[in-house]
Design a protein around this ligand. Structure first.
Ligand code: IPD
Ligand code: CA
Ligand code: CA
Length: 265
């Protein structure tokens, strides 16, 4: 698995150099998918770079990638290895010149994520984990915050681009903000999760797509954090790839935060 991880890291770094170069040197070209979701020319370029390199090295592997191969039904198909890619997580940040932007690459076998790399090119930070081998940030071991009380905890979450199903999310937010220290809206789910992994945040919850969280979730678990869901995962679906109502936090607050979120449903 280390050579898969090395390859994933190399691709994430190359894509990181590309998107940084594009933001610094080319006018931003943007469009929309599904009417509301921003996509930049750099998302498409990074997606192409990563998916073509994986396909040429591992032609028998499947690829789930946000821009070029977004068929999420692949996550439940366990037949052959699956790569799960978000070429830019934090596209809105990218377009607004914010630094919280990441390339996320995960590698799974039979629905179990084995390798995760999240590379933040503007911060020059690379989070990485291989299952069972601990998590690192720029090569140094990382660990969750050790938080024990929700009231002293900093949490992150996010909101979908569509505005039609916000009411239950605002109800959850209301409960969380009343019971925790404060909220950070980082704008990249992959980084939210890696920040839980390295103790910059105590908890993160949201409903997201596999490419947003697959790599980060392994990194958080390998940093000793707890990860799960506050609603049921459908029977037989790989938990590592089910993005509905995920919660990732320091272990000492996991049960109490899960209780808060369940109670707000
Ligand atoms: C988004 C970010 C954001 C989360 C959204 C995602 P994108 O990904 O991770 O933090 O709240 O749900 O869609 O669109 O920047 O790749
Ligand atoms: Ca994303
Ligand atoms: Ca994206």
């Amino acid at each position: 698995m280390q050579s898969i991880a090395d390859f994933a890291e190399q691709l994430a770094r190359e894509a990181g150099d590309l998107i940084r170069h594009e933001r610094e040197n080319s006018p931003l070209r943007t469009g929309y998918k599904d009417q509301t979701e921003l996509v930049t020319h750099a998302d498409l370029m990074a997606d192409k770079l990563i998916t073509e390199a994986i396909h040429s090295r591992f032609p028998a592997h499947r690829i789930l990638s946000e821009e070029s191969r977004p068929d999420k039904s692949q996550a439940a198909d366990l037949d052959s290895p699956l790569w799960i890619i978000d070429p830019i997580d934090g596209t809105v940040n990218y377009a607004y010149g914010h630094p919280q932007v990441a390339i996320s690459i995960a590698y799974a076998e039979r629905g179990n994520v084995q390798v995760g790399v999240v590379h933040a090119p503007f911060a020059s930070e690379t989070f990485r984990a291989v299952r069972g081998k601990r998590a690192t940030l720029n090569g140094e071991p990382i660990h969750h915050s050790g938080a024990t009380v929700p009231r002293d905890s900093l949490f992150a979450t996010g909101f979908p681009y569509t505005k039609d199903k916000l009411a239950p999310l605002l109800k959850r937010l209301d409960v969380m903000i009343h019971h925790c220290r404060d909220l950070r809206r980082v704008g990249s789910a992959a980084l939210d999760i890696c920040w839980v992994a390295c103790g910059r945040l105590d908890a993160y919850y949201e409903s997201v797509s596999p490419w947003d969280f697959a790599a980060g979730r392994l990194i958080a678990l390998e940093a000793g954090a707890s990860a799960g869901h506050f609603t049921e995962v459908p029977e037989g679906y790989p938990e590592d790839l089910w993005g509905q109502d995920i919660l990732i936090s320091a272990p000492g607050i996991y049960d109490s935060v899960r209780g808060l979120l369940k109670g707000a449903n």
